[in-house]
Design a protein around this ligand. Structure first.
Ligand SMILES: [Zn+2]
Length: 235
């Protein structure tokens, strides 16, 4: 496949992940402009129940949002490789040596049939190659849920995903330190529910990482919820 890459890049010259401009020679993933003004996630990440460490590469806004929409709905599957490079670099800076396996937040079977692929699974595989850590297909979405973006309140988001995921291979994560990944974290309700399930199947700890996360001012997990954060859910 390597042999054909130069030929492929003549037919499909590589474009910037964020703004879609053609990439000047010698640059990868981002054009010089986006390299300078990429909305790097720099704030202290808000607490999310059941997740220990949390991180994201970018804020979920403007070009990042458009890029993830192309990845998710418009078949730009190859973005996974670029996302994984940024995500992998940040994970190595903040979580190096702190996890044994990668688990991803899966889509429902119906959603996969509509789109033809599970974008987070593709991202997980790219990240696995980047970090040399295995992916475990530990979660299954057992109930189709309406999109979280359509939920009006925080309580609705939480209720929408409650019990929507099941652990498929409990043995493969028992005692393991899990890096749980998703493409986007908005309020954290989905990734929190997945982490809860992994902990109830005896994962040692769950860290969360995403390509992008919403700004924190509308996050519904407040500081005073702290007491519930790292507790194991009841069996
Ligand atoms: Zn750009």
């Amino acid at each position: 496949m390597k042999l054909f890459e130069p030929v492929l890049s003549l037919i499909y010259p590589p474009k910037c992940l964020l703004c879609q401009d053609f990439l000047p020679k010698g640059t990868v993933d981002l054009c010089p402009f986006c390299q300078r003004r990429q909305p790097e996630y720099t704030a202290r990440f808000p607490q999310i129940p059941f997740l220990h460490h949390r991180l994201a590469v970018w804020y979920y806004e403007i070009d990042v949002r458009a890029s993830l929409v192309r990845f998710k709905f418009y078949k730009k599957r190859h973005y996974a490789k670029g996302y994984a490079r940024f995500l992998g670099a940040k994970i190595l800076r903040e979580l190096s040596g702190k996890f044994d396996v990668i688990v991803y937040v899966p889509v429902s079977r119906r959603r996969k049939q509509e789109r033809g692929y599970d974008q987070v699974k593709i991202l997980a595989r790219a990240l696995s190659r980047e970090l040399k850590v295995p992916v475990v297909h530990a979660l299954k979405k057992i109930r189709h849920t309406p999109p979280q973006s359509g939920m009006k309140t925080e309580a609705e988001r939480k209720a929408n995903v409650l019990g929507a995921y099941r652990v498929r291979k409990p043995k493969s994560i028992a005692g393991k330190r899990v890096l749980l990944i998703d493409d986007i974290i908005t309020t954290g309700a989905t990734i929190s529910e997945c982490a809860r399930m992994l902990l109830s199947a005896d994962a040692a700890v769950v860290h969360g990482a995403a390509v992008a996360a919403a700004r924190t001012d509308n996050n519904f997990y407040r500081e005073n919820d702290h007491a519930t954060f790292f507790q194991r859910p009841g069996r």
